[in-house]
Design a protein around this ligand. Structure first.
Ligand SMILES: C[S@@+](CC[C@H](N)C(=O)[O-])C[C@H]1O[C@@H](n2cnc3c(N)ncnc32)[C@H](O)[C@@H]1O
Length: 250
């Protein structure tokens, strides 16, 4: 396996800047040390098996993009990969990803680690068969229409987008009085009306959380949902989605 680190445009969005300063060298080293223990945990095994199944569903070889790859915790779980590209805003996380967990089991022909902002970096259109993202969307960056359009552009027809989002009902989401009142009021408003839309956007914190309905409506234009389920990780209740790019959306 050949690994290279590509430094591209500096982090540009405030989200990327925040990630880059939060995931500093000390945090990245702790995260990477945790990768070793975490692999024995139920959630990690389930996510690894999930990625294994998704990648195995293609005719190999496939080209794969990991959005917000961090330390490359799940690289080893992919099968049939030719080129694996990981993008992350944190140079310290990428330094750890150059010696990821279970490196000997990574089957990819090449691994390229891109230091950049997943919200602004440009990959070639139709470059990837699979784009996946774990613990990043609707969590560290807003999950919205723009992001879905970007991912769809990078995927080949029939390619898959597999990702997690933090569910607004996650016990990790603070149950503030405002959130409780908002959730109580929501059923009384037309979801397409101005007040209903405003309330929903507040409940979803402008894209930092996404429930099944929100994931479904965002991907609906360009993707067919193959699976959409709830998943409890160490930290959050998530939506876990696999969506397939519709052939007419080239
Ligand atoms: C919780 S970690 C998840 C890492 C990895 N996906 C995993 O499951 O172990 C979130 C990662 O997203 C990255 N990140 C957050 N915002 C980003 C952005 N705008 N562009 C690129 N990476 C970003 C952070 O630097 C961090 O490495």
């Amino acid at each position: 396996m050949h690994t290279q680190i590509a430094r591209t445009t500096p982090a540009s969005s405030s989200w990327a800047e925040r990630a880059s300063s939060r995931y500093d060298e000390a945090y990245a080293k702790r995260y990477r040390a945790h990768d070793e223990e975490f692999q024995a945990s139920g959630p990690c095994r389930e996510l690894a098996a999930w990625l294994q199944r998704i990648s195995a569903a293609f005719d190999p070889p496939i080209d794969v993009l990991d959005l917000g790859c961090g330390t490359g915790r799940y690289f080893w779980a992919l099968t049939g990969v030719r080129d694996l590209v990981g993008i992350d805003a944190s140079p310290s996380m990428l330094a750890e990803a150059s010696r990821p967990y279970n490196a000997g089991r990574i089957g990819a022909r090449s691994v390229t680690l891109v230091e950049g902002d997943l919200l602004s970096h440009q990959f070639e259109p139709a470059r990837f068969d699979l784009v996946y993202s774990i613990g990043v969307l609707a969590e560290h960056v807003p999950f919205d229409e723009t992001l879905v359009v970007r991912v769809s552009r990078w995927l080949k027809a029939g390619g898959r987008f597999a990702f997690t989002t933090v569910h607004p009902q996650s016990p990790s989401v603070p149950r503030t009085m405002t959130r409780r009142i908002g959730a109580w009021l929501e059923p009384f408003f037309n979801p397409r009306g101005a007040a209903g839309c405003y309330l929903r956007s507040r409940i979803l914190a402008g894209g930092l959380y996404a429930d099944e309905a929100r994931v479904g409506e965002l991907v609906a234009g360009a993707f067919d949902v193959e699976s959409l389920e709830r998943f409890q990780s160490e930290a959050h209740l998530h939506c876990l989605c696999v969506a397939r790019k519709a052939h007419e959306h080239q």
